[in-house]
Design a protein around this ligand. Structure first.
Ligand SMILES: [Zn+2]
Length: 173
């Protein structure tokens, strides 16, 4: 247990220095920006998936990206969920829970996205654009499937690693 905790505190040191505000484009508050990647709109200091009234698609000289698309391009996640003990038979259901939760989070805040989903040692690793979404995914898995969830913030609270352990896996993991 001690060894594991140490590992989690050191892995992401390089990435956590990037503050999310540095991703926000500096424009006049009245201007509407559309992300060239995901199509989200920035209007009145908020990102939304709904086209604001009076929006005319601008002719972009340079592509503009929202903070989520920038993080995805730069492989710079703010959260991570490690799933342990997910058997082959559970994969479809677990994936459905994750995607469903992401879709609901994104409707409220388009910047909350799953950026990567990969097989890892003994389970899966899910990377998210916000720490909030990682937390939300952990909570959703626990609610739907039981099991145990643990949250580990980095020392400056800008990166969250969530560990979820499938209950059915018992002591094997
Ligand atoms: Zn985007």
């Amino acid at each position: 247990m001690k060894a594991a905790a140490k590992k989690y505190n050191t892995t992401y040191k390089k990435k956590i220095d990037i503050h999310r505000d540095t991703f926000l484009p500096r424009r006049s508050p009245k201007e509407i920006i559309q992300c060239s990647g995901c199509g989200a709109f920035y209007h009145r200091r908020h990102w939304t998936l709904v086209s604001p009234a009076g929006f005319n698609p601008p002719v972009h000289v340079h592509p503009v990206y929202c903070p989520a698309c920038k993080k995805i391009k730069e492989r710079c996640p703010s959260g991570e969920v490690d799933l342990l003990g997910v058997g082959a038979g559970d994969r479809g259901e677990v994936l459905r829970i994750l995607r469903n939760e992401e879709r609901r989070a994104r409707e409220k805040n388009p910047l909350e996205r799953i950026m990567r989903l990969a097989g890892a040692e003994g389970g899966w690793k899910v990377e998210t654009t916000t720490e909030k979404l990682a937390q939300r995914l952990g909570r959703a898995l626990c609610k739907a499937r039981g099991g145990k969830v643990a949250y580990r913030w980095s020392h400056n609270n800008k990166f969250l690693r969530v560990l979820w352990r499938n209950e059915a896996a018992g002591e094997r993991v």
